[in-house]
Design a protein around this ligand. Structure first.
Ligand code: UN1
Length: 498
């Protein structure tokens, strides 16, 4: 058996157990007899300590010149890159996604670290002319303060990195509460960022459950900003908590992402995209494609080819190079997915592939489910409306582009979307009319790049977006401050003196 890692919290630069001494365990979802980690199950006092440390460290960190903070991030990027293979394997072992994707998860963190390191020299505001003589006006970005970062298990390295690096470059200090299903990945990431030279107390990690630690952290009066990624149900609860305290929160939540396949599409390309979008990460991405809205003229051809290819996917332990799709994260997710499959059948959708749990032989100790395809799905069905977060593809027939776009937009969610077409006008109309934070043309709904903002509309996202570019995470992690400097030596009155 591979090593079981016993990990600790990191508070004020010290590695500590939870005050209560309680722990929680993380398991390999492909084989639950493999205990990956034993982590502190933190409670209120641990969170109080971490917030206190972050508050104290903020006083110095906010004054460190951003290019200097950038140098630390650059070193973090180099360190993560150096350990990419080991971390990628750990992602697969603790979360289940196949190794290629585990390595991709780590690469996203490397990319984000380099990108945000550069932002240290680009934290610019505006200088604007004053209406008065001998006076100048400028706006500058300033840090928010102590940020609570709450992250899910599906991207156990990438999503923490999306939040930690922009938070740090902006001059915030951090209390990070990762998913209790992937504490070791989070801990290893924090170790490397610490090794890169982040001062004590600037980056604190507190392990524990959502109910036991996460919620208390979000409601903590010492926390100035919160960034959460996870389910819409939890997000909505946190939004209520924050708004009753009159404070802001940014949440990345669920999706029910559509791919439109037009009659002029390259069908083989669309099939490849559909496979990757639906079954990559076993459908456990908020960007996963779950609705395939197919023009009636190519519906049967697409469906037949899609099922034929999906049938050939090898399900298994993600560490094997032969595996195309790994396990789900836990028993709760398996039950949720199986429940939706039953709902789909009862609603009258046609189960065309899969639909069952795999539990014999090599699958016995893991959380495996077959790649599943439903056809004859109608947009009013629950399987077409609710997020399943598993490898379940719903194929819906459409008559023309307007119809397809209307079906795509008939959703509470609006994170990612896609269209396969060779008609430039169809692509342009979809680009304009799809109600989603992200639109892909001739590519599936997953695979956002870090140099652009990431986030959704409707129930998919609240507050600021993540990642790079204009409107990205720097807007989440900084506030604008405006400075008027009068060097006339006399009292000048704006709007009155001329
Ligand atoms: C998520 O699904 O929670 O675009 C994040 C993507 C990845 C990130 C997904 N870069 O699919």
């Amino acid at each position: 058996m591979p090593e079981t890692f016993t990990i600790k919290n990191l508070i004020a630069g010290k590695r500590v157990d939870s005050v209560s001494g309680k722990t929680l365990e993380s398991f390999n979802p492909a084989d639950t007899s493999d205990v990956v980690g034993i982590a502190p199950a933190s409670g209120k006092i641990d969170i109080d300590n971490a917030v206190k440390a972050a508050k104290k460290a903020f006083q110095n960190w906010r004054l460190v010149p951003p290019p200097k903070r950038g140098e630390i991030l650059f070193r973090a990027a180099e360190l993560i890159k150096k350990h990419k293979d080991e971390l990628g394997r750990l992602v697969t072992r603790e979360m289940g996604k196949i190794l290629k994707e585990g390595l991709g998860d780590v690469e996203e963190a490397v990319d984000m670290a380099y990108y945000m390191a550069g932002e240290g020299r680009r934290l610019c505001g505006e200088t604007v002319a004053s209406e008065l003589l001998n006076k100048d006006c400028k706006s500058v970005r300033v840090p928010v303060g102590v940020f609570a970062l709450i992250t899910p298990w599906n991207f156990p390295i990438a999503i923490p990195a999306w939040k930690i690096f922009p938070a740090l470059i902006s001059g915030n200090t951090v209390v990070f509460k990762p998913s209790s299903y992937t504490p070791v990945c989070a801990s290893k990431l924090v170790d490397l960022i610490t090794e890169a030279g982040v001062p004590e107390g600037v980056l604190n990690i507190v392990h524990g459950s959502g109910e036991g630690a996460g919620e208390y952290l979000v409601g903590h009066p010492g926390v100035d900003g919160v960034s959460f990624t996870g389910s819409t149900a939890v997000g909505e609860k946190l939004i209520k908590m924050r708004s009753s305290a009159g404070k802001e929160i940014s949440c990345e939540m669920g999706g029910k992402n559509p791919i439109i396949i037009m009659d002029d599409a390259r069908i083989d390309l669309a099939v490849e995209g559909a496979l990757w979008g639906a079954f990559g990460t076993a459908g456990q991405r908020c960007t996963a494609a779950s609705r395939f809205i197919v023009h009636e003229k190519v519906h049967d051809e697409f469906l037949e080819k899609f099922i034929a290819r999906a049938k050939k996917l090898t399900v298994g332990n993600g560490l094997s190079p032969l595996t195309d799709m790994g396990p789900l994260i836990n028993e709760t997710q398996i039950l949720r997915v199986l429940d939706y499959i039953e709902i789909g059948k009862k609603e009258g959708a046609a189960l065309r592939l899969g639909g069952s749990r795999l539990s014999s032989g090599a699958f016995k100790k893991g959380f495996f489910v077959e790649p599943t395809v439903f056809s004859e799905v109608k947009q009013k069905m629950r399987i077409a409306r609710e997020e399943i977060f598993g490898p379940v593809a719903c194929v819906i027939k459409a008559t023309e582009l307007e119809d397809a776009i209307a079906i795509a937009n008939d959703s509470e969610y609006g994170l990612s979307s896609a269209i396969y077409t060779r008609d430039a006008n169809h692509a342009a109309i979809a680009e304009r009319d799809l109600e989603a934070g992200i639109v892909y043309i001739n590519a599936p709904t997953i695979g956002a790049e870090i140099q652009l903002p990431f986030g959704g509309d409707k129930k998919s996202g609240i507050g600021r977006k993540e990642a790079g570019g204009r409107g990205g995470a720097l807007d989440m992690f900084t506030k604008w401050k405006v400075i008027y400097r009068d060097f006339s030596g006399v009292l000048q009155k704006a709007q009155i003196d001329s």
